[in-house]
Write a protein that binds this ligand. Structure first.
Ligand code: SF4
Ligand code: SF4
Length: 316
């Protein structure tokens, strides 16, 4: 029997298209849970009630896998060089949602990786997550040395910036662990200054109630009128705080995963087209896209909001 090592895991993960791989000891997340509870008690989770659940699992991955010893954190670069036309008739879609749904892509890669590692050592046990379960992917990415947790609440890697999808493997296996990366945000406040709704209420803290990304995707209610004219034509998600980040401006590099390239017309969508869209067309076009998350109802709500903003800008 061959024993798994960091290098074997890294080699296999890289071959499957994971760009970054790091290893963290499966410790209890005391400070991080204190911060999470503070964030929750401020109501910054808005309608994301699931964030309030399974705190015990978020705190201690042994409540997910009894014998957990390590968390392997993986990042997949999704940056492509494409850009927007900036036409007022179009609503912009966040970069992460241009191509095929990343869950589908990364789940498949994780399943293959798990199989390969189990073939090498059948004693390797794990639970895998792509930003869906009660696992603090960003915290584990930080602890596994993939990057630092930035003022706009992303993980920034020195070589790739923050255009990365994170995934986590909780495992019963022991590895050598990475060191923490220094926070390199420094004196920069570009993301706080550029946020159109002041959603970054203090460095490292985002209030979802004000965040365009939350309001256009996870939010199941209406978009408050106070935000009319503030969305800068974002229809689904918002990339402003990442677009202005000097680390992204300097270090973004193109993904090798073709599935992340923009699907036909999914980079920006005509507002009028959405307002007229019926369910069969929505299903056909967005079934395998992250845009499916908002459902047609949510997308129409966002389109109405942008249309009101456009009308208001013409009146004023
Ligand atoms: S995603 Fe947009 S609205 Fe949300 S914090 Fe970043 S810049 Fe602000
Ligand atoms: S814009 Fe500046 S402060 Fe914000 S995440 Fe990037 S480096 Fe950090």
């Amino acid at each position: 029997m061959v024993k798994l090592t960091n290098n074997i895991v890294i080699e296999k993960a890289n071959a499957l298209g994971f760009d970054l791989v790091g290893f963290a000891k499966a410790d209890i997340l005391n400070d991080e849970i204190t911060n999470l509870n503070k964030w929750l008690s401020s109501g910054y989770q808005a309608g994301m009630k699931y964030m309030e659940r399974n705190i015990d699992k978020r705190e201690d991955v042994k409540n997910i896998l009894t014998d957990a010893k390590s968390v392997i954190s993986l990042a997949t670069n999704y940056y492509t060089k494409e850009n927007y036309s900036n036409s007022n008739d179009n609503g912009k879609v966040s970069r992460y949602a241009w191509g095929k749904d990343y869950h589908l892509i990364i789940w498949e890669k994780l399943a293959k990786l798990e199989n390969e590692l189990k073939k090498i050592d059948p004693k390797f046990e794990c639970k895998t997550y792509v930003d869906t379960g009660p696992v603090m992917d960003k915290v584990w990415a930080k602890r596994a040395g993939l990057g630092w947790l930035s003022k706009n609440s992303n993980i920034i890697n020195k070589k790739l910036g923050s255009w990365i999808f994170l995934s986590s493997i909780i495992t019963n296996y022991q590895f050598d662990y990475n060191e923490l990366i220094k926070d390199l945000c420094g004196d920069c406040t570009a993301c706080l200054d550029a946020c159109p709704t002041n959603a970054i209420v203090e460095p490292y803290v985002v209030d979802s109630n004000k965040c365009v990304s939350y309001l256009t995707i996870e939010n199941k209610g209406e978009i408050p009128e106070i935000f009319i004219g503030k969305f800068d034509n974002w229809l689904f998600g918002c990339d402003i705080c990442q677009d202005v980040c000097p680390w992204n401006i300097k270090f973004s590099s193109e993904t090798s995963e073709n599935n992340f390239l923009p699907a036909d017309g999914n980079k920006e969508i005509k507002i009028e087209k959405i307002l007229k869209m019926e369910q069969p067309e929505f299903k056909k076009r967005f079934e395998n896209s992250p845009i499916n998350r908002s459902k047609l109802k949510g997308l129409k709500r966002n389109a109405v909001h942008l249309k009101k903003s456009l009308i208001e800008s013409k009146v004023n």
